[in-house]
Ligand binder design. Structure first.
Ligand code: PGA
Length: 250
């Protein structure tokens, strides 16, 4: 069985002080939760202090991006070994906001994912279609292509350890959640795509999240779906109580 993974993406929210307040509120609320991998993804400035505060606790830390080179002249970027040094375990890669506002390409997403993995950091690779693509009816093909390009060059046993997040762009920050059936349809298609590319074992093991306006009211219905192994949460991850309820599927 796949262990559920629930991740909170703070995006460009929370100073260190605000982030620490959120973490201090969250720790007791999720104490004792063992059957779910819990991840928080703060902004870069808060990564080190949040990671050291959470050491030994049941909450892991993820970065919101990672660069493909180990070091070099890449102003504004952070290398995977630097994240590894402070104890970061995950890195979101290819979030639609990165693709949309910062020109990230499928090729770059793949390079970032591979560098993270090589450094021992699990990439959470985001894919998802725009509203126009959904309305055109070509979204399954579109998402499968994103998955294929993002996972290019991984070995089957490596692919099995990745996390993929299906985040339809039209549902992010819009309050418009995909229906449980829409989430399941694409998550199942992503799993089939991984099976086709890397074999049945990888398809069976890889964890696939849904993301886009996830809230306490929708978490149960999403987690009941067989191919949804967790969620990537934006807005609702900024409140300790809401996020803890999502972590507990309440
Ligand atoms: P949202 O963001 O939950 O605020 O829609 C999700 C995400 O972008 O990961």
């Amino acid at each position: 069985m796949r262990k559920p993974i629930i991740a909170g993406n703070w995006k460009m929210h929370n100073t260190i002080a605000e982030g620490m307040k959120l973490i201090r509120g969250l720790i007791p609320l999720v104490k004792g939760v063992k059957d779910v991998d819990i991840v928080v993804c703060p902004t870069a400035t808060a990564l080190a202090v949040v990671t050291s505060t959470l050491r030994g606790k049941n909450i892991q830390v993820g970065a919101q991006n990672v660069h493909w080179e180990k070091d070099g002249a890449y102003t504004g970027e952070i290398a995977a070994p630097m994240l590894k040094e402070i104890g970061v375990k995950y890195a979101i890669v290819g979030h639609s906001e990165r693709r949309q506002y910062f020109g990230e390409t499928d090729e770059g997403v793949n390079k970032r994912a591979r560098a993270a993995f090589a450094a021992g950091i699990t990439p959470i690779i985001c894919v998802g279609e725009s509203l126009a693509t959904r309305e055109k009816g070509t979204y399954l093909r579109f998402v499968a292509r994103q998955v294929r390009l993002a996972t290019n060059g991984f070995q089957p046993e490596e692919a099995a350890k990745l996390v993929l997040a299906y985040e339809p762009v039209w549902a992010i920050g819009t309050g418009k959640t995909a229906t449980f059936e829409q989430a399941e349809e694409v998550c199942a298609h992503i799993r089939q795509t991984i099976t086709r590319l890397f074999g049945a074992a990888a398809g069976d093991k890889i964890r696939i999240q849904y993301g886009g306006s996830v809230k306490t009211a929708t978490i149960r219905g999403l987690m009941e779906k067989p191919d949804v192994d967790g969620v990537l949460v934006g807005g609702a991850a900024l409140k300790a109580v809401d996020f803890s309820q999502i972590v507990k599927f309440q």
